[in-house]
Design a protein around this ligand. Structure first.
Ligand code: NDP
Length: 452
C-alpha cells in the first residue's frame, strides 16, 4: 500500500489521500472475491434482487454527497454529477429485476429433456476511467452482481473517491464485503493483476484504445472474457434540411459536455455546404453561451479538464490547426480550457483523426449524403454520432450507413440505461446496459436429461 494525493481539478488543491493497492494486496482481494463467489451465487434470486434494490436506495439516500464528491474530485458540474449518481441508482434498480428473470430455455430434443442455464462467471474485474467514474462503475458492477458474480473494481487513479464511497454504501446495504471490493491503485499494477490473475474470469474495461488493446491481449492468454469500451471520434452530421437553429444551439452541448472528456463527444461537426456559413453564424453565439466556471455553481455548464498533463495534451492540438473561435474560461488555478472551434485545412490533421478528449470541435463541409457518410466513417473509431435532418428516410438511411454503435437523430443522446451501449471498429467490443447486458456476465450451460 502507498498513499496517493487526490486533486480537485478546479482548484488544484489536494482534497484527500487514498491508499493504493499493490500487487500482493490485489491478489489477496481477488482470492477473497473468489471465495465469496460460491455463497453469493447461491443467494436466492429474490434475496439478491432485494439486496440490489437496497443498494440502490443507499445510493439514492447519499446522492447529494456522492454528487458533491464528484464535483470536488473530477470537476464535473453539479448538475451532471447529480445525474451520474442517479444513474448508478437507476442501473442498480434496473438490474435488480434481473436475478428473478434470468430465464433459460427448454429445447425439444429426442430421448430426454434439454435445458439451459445462465451461469455466473466468477470474479469479474471492472477497470474504470476518470471521465465518468460513477456511471461506468455501475454499468459494470450492477449487471455483474445481478448475474451472481463477485466484483473487484479499480477506479482511475485520478478519481477514486466516489467508487470508494459507493463500496461503503454497498456494505451498508448488506452486500457482503468481499462480493464488491473497490481497489484503488495504478493501472499498471492493480488493473494488470486483474488481467493476469487466473481467478478473474472477465474484464470490463473502459478507457483508451491503446490500453484496451493491451488488456485484450492479456486476456487472450487466459481466454478471459472481455468487454471493451474505448475511444470515439464521433460525427454530428447536419443536413441543409435540418432545424438549423436547434442543431446549432445544441451542438456545443453534444461536444463540450464534461469538457469534451467523453468518448461519445460529437467532436467532428459535418455541415452540408449550402448551409455551412449560416450554421457557423448560429454556432458562434451558442459556443460563447456555454457557461464555463466553478463546477459547484448550479448554472455552470462546463468545468475544468482533469489534470495539468491532460490540459497540455489537449492544447497541443491547437499548434497544428486553425482556430475559428473560442469561448471563455476562468484563469488562475484549475485546469481550464475554453470551448474551441477549429476549421481544419485538411482531414488528415491530428485534431480531425485523433480523440482529443477535450473541448475542441472541428467543423467541416460536405456536399451530399454519400459524402457525409464517407466523412463520418473515415475513422478507426465507431462509437456514436448524431444526424440532424427533417427527412425521415434520410435519417434512417444515414443511421444505417454510419459505422457506429449508437446513433441519435435530432438529439445527442447516447447513453440510456434501457438500451445497449458500445462501439464498433476500434471503439470497442461487446455491449453494456440494456436488456441483454446480463448475458455478458454469464455463460450458457446446456444440460440434457435422458428420459429413456
Ligand atoms: P487509460 O486507458 O490509461 O486508463 C483507463 C483505465 O485503465 C484506468 O483505470 C487506468 O488506471 C487503467 N489502466 C492503465 N493501464 C492499465 C494496464 N496496463 N492494465 C490495466 N488497466 C490499466 O486512459 P487515460 O486515463 O490515460 O486517458 C488517456 C486517453 O484515453 C484520454 O485522453 C482519452 O483519449 C482516452 N480515454 C477514453 C475513455 C473512454 O471513455 N473511452 C476514458 C478514458 C480515457 P490509472 O488511472 O491508474 O492509469
Amino acid at each position: 500500500m502507498s498513499a496517493h494525493g487526490v486533486v480537485n481539478p478546479a482548484t488544484e488543491e489536494v482534497i484527500g489521500t487514498v491508499d493504493l493497492c499493490d500487487a500482493a494486496s490485489t491478489d489477496a482481494a481477488i482470492e477473497r472475491s473468489h471465495k465469496a463467489f460460491s455463497a453469493w451465487r447461491a443467494v436466492s434470486p429474490g434475496d439478491r434482487a432485494r439486496l440490489l434494490r437496497r443498494f440502490a436506495e443507499g445510493v439514492d439516500a447519499n446522492l447529494e454527497e456522492l454528487a458533491q464528491l464528484e464535483v470536488a474530485n473530477s470537476g464535473h458540474t453539479i448538475s451532471n454529477a447529480r445525474w451520474e449518481a442517479g444513474n448508478v441508482r437507476d442501473v442498480l434498480n434496473y438490474y435488480a429485476a434481473a436475478p428473478e428473470r434470468l430465464i433459460g430455455q427448454q429445447i425439444p430434443v429426442p430421448g430426454g429433456v434439454d435445458v439451459t442455464f445462465h451461469e455466473p462467471l466468477g470474479v469479474v474485474g471492472v477497470i474504470v476511467p476518470w471521465n465518468f467514474p460513477m456511471p461506468i462503475a455501475g454499468w459494470g458492477f450492477a449487471p455483474a452482481l445481478a448475474a451472481g458474480n463477485t466484483v473487484v473494481l479499480k477506479p482511475a487513479e485520478l478519481t477514486p473517491l466516489t467508487a470508494i464511497r459507493i463500496g461503503e454504501i454497498a456494505r451498508e446495504a448488506g452486500i457482503p464485503e468481499d462480493v464488491l471490493q473497490i481497489l484503488p491503485g495504478r493501472g499498471a499494477v492493480v488493473g494488470q493483476r486483474f488481467v493476469d490473475h487466473p481467478l478473474v474470469r472477465k474484464i470490463v474495461f473502459t478507457g483508451s484504445t491503446a490500453v484496451g488493446k493491451q488488456v485484450m491481449a492479456g486476456c487472450a492468454a487466459h481466454v478471459k472474457r472481455v468487454t471493451l469500451e474505448l475511444g470515439g471520434k464521433n460525427a454530428n452530421i447536419i443536413f441543409a434540411d435540418a432545424d438549423l437553429e436547434r442543431a446549432a444551439a445544441t451542438a456545443p452541448y453534444g461536444v463540450f459536455d464534461n469538457a469534451g472528456q467523453d468518448c461519445c463527444a460529437r467532436s467532428r461537426i459535418l455541415v452540408q455546404r449550402s448551409v455551412f456559413d449560416r450554421f457557423l453564424e448560429l454556432f458562434e453565439p451558442a459556443v460563447n453561451g456555454v457557461v464555463v466556471g466553478d463546477p459547484a455553481a448550479e448554472a455552470t455548464e462546463m468545468g475544468p479538464l482533469i489534470s495539468a498533463e491532460h490540459r497540455s495534451r489537449v492544447a497541443g492540438y491547437l499548434n497544428e490547426t486553425t482556430v475559428a473561435f473560442q469561448g471563455d474560461c476562468p484563469d488562475g488555478p484549475g485546469f481550464w480550457f475554453p470551448p474551441t472551434v477549429v476549421l481544419p485545412a485538411s482531414n488528415s490533421e491530428r485534431v480531425v483523426t485523433e480523440e482529443v478528449f477535450g473541448p475542441i470541435v472541428t467543423v467541416t463541409a460536405f456536399d451530399d449524403e454519400s459524402d457525409a457518410i464517407a466523412l463520418a466513417n473515415d475513422t478507426e473509431y465507431g462509437l456514436s454520432g448524431s444526424i440532424w435532418t427533417t427527412n425521415v428516410g434520410r435519417a434512417l438511411r444515414v443511421a444505417r450507413a454510419v459505422e457506429a454503435g449508437n446513433l441519435s437523430v435530432n438529439s445527442h443522446s447516447s447513453v440510456r440505461y434501457w438500451t445497449p451501449f458500445g462501439g464498433v471498429k476500434q471503439s470497442g467490443l461487446g455491449r453494456e446496459l440494456g436488456p441483454d447486458a446480463l448475458h455478458a456476465f454469464t455463460e450458457t450451460k446446456n444440460v440434457f436429461i435422458a428420459t429413456d
